[in-house]
Design a protein around this ligand. Structure first.
Ligand SMILES: CC(C)(COP(=O)(O)OP(=O)(O)OC[C@H]1O[C@@H](n2cnc3c(N)ncnc32)[C@H](O)[C@@H]1OP(=O)(O)O)[C@@H](O)C(=O)NCCC(=O)NCCS
Length: 178
């Protein structure tokens, strides 16, 4: 479990399926991030079992209650196409729409960067956003990510699309100076 000023980051459990469905069924969330909106609580349960099972995948909860309102993850080598190194990983995230605009994601992802560099020994953490996703771009700017390259034909397999993706990076040295 990880903790920030306002948030708890904890493991997902199947008991979170209803809460996950409530937010992940919103068409404003998944498609911009590359996945289809959830269609049923059953589907959300399957996602918890088969997708949110990574070693560094966390449910985001406000401290006042234990409800899962979003996800933040460090996708380790073997679970990301951004690196083939064990000391590098990819940051991914989304947040339920009612909670947007409070700076929750910079807070949660900032803690995951600390965790990655200090606890897991990462030397670089990658993060991308699809062209037009200004909200995610802003989160990465606030965290201090550096532009690395543009992928002009990034496959989005869950949606059967190809998009333009901006790829950013945070090195440990840069993070120590941010
Ligand atoms: C990207 C996301 C995680 C941002 O989380 P957040 O906690 O709201 O982040 P912030 O509060 O720092 O807001 C980031 C930007 O979002 C925009 N924003 C905030 N609240 C908003 C709202 N209610 N409606 C529209 N845009 C909003 C603002 O541009 C803001 O930047 P600013 O603070 O400079 O004004 C969230 O919008 C989200 O889950 N989006 C859909 C999924 C997604 O894009 N995931 C990332 C895939 S790469």
């Amino acid at each position: 479990m990880l903790e920030t000023k306002r948030l708890i980051l904890r493991k997902w459990t199947e008991a979170d399926a209803e809460s996950l469905f409530q937010y992940a069924s919103n068409t404003e969330i998944g498609p911009v991030a590359g996945w289809p909106p959830h269609k049923s609580v059953e589907e959300s349960k399957e996602v918890i079992k088969n997708v949110f099972n990574g070693a560094e995948c966390y449910a985001i909860c406000e401290k006042e209650n234990n409800a899962a309102i979003g996800a933040v993850e460090l996708k380790l080598n073997g679970h990301t196409d951004m690196t083939e190194r064990d000391d590098e990983c990819e940051l991914g995230y989304w947040l339920g729409q009612p909670f947007w605009g409070k700076g929750y994601m910079p807070e949660a992802a900032g803690e995951l960067l600390r965790h990655g560099f200090e606890d897991l020994g990462m030397t670089a953490i990658w993060c991308g956003y699809y062209d037009g996703n200004q909200k995610s771009k802003r989160v990465q700017e606030k965290l201090g990510f550096m532009f690395h390259h543009i992928c002009r034909e990034a496959p989005v397999p869950l949606l059967g699309e190809v998009r333009v993706e901006y790829i950013n990076v945070m090195t440990k040295e840069h993070w120590e100076g941010v």
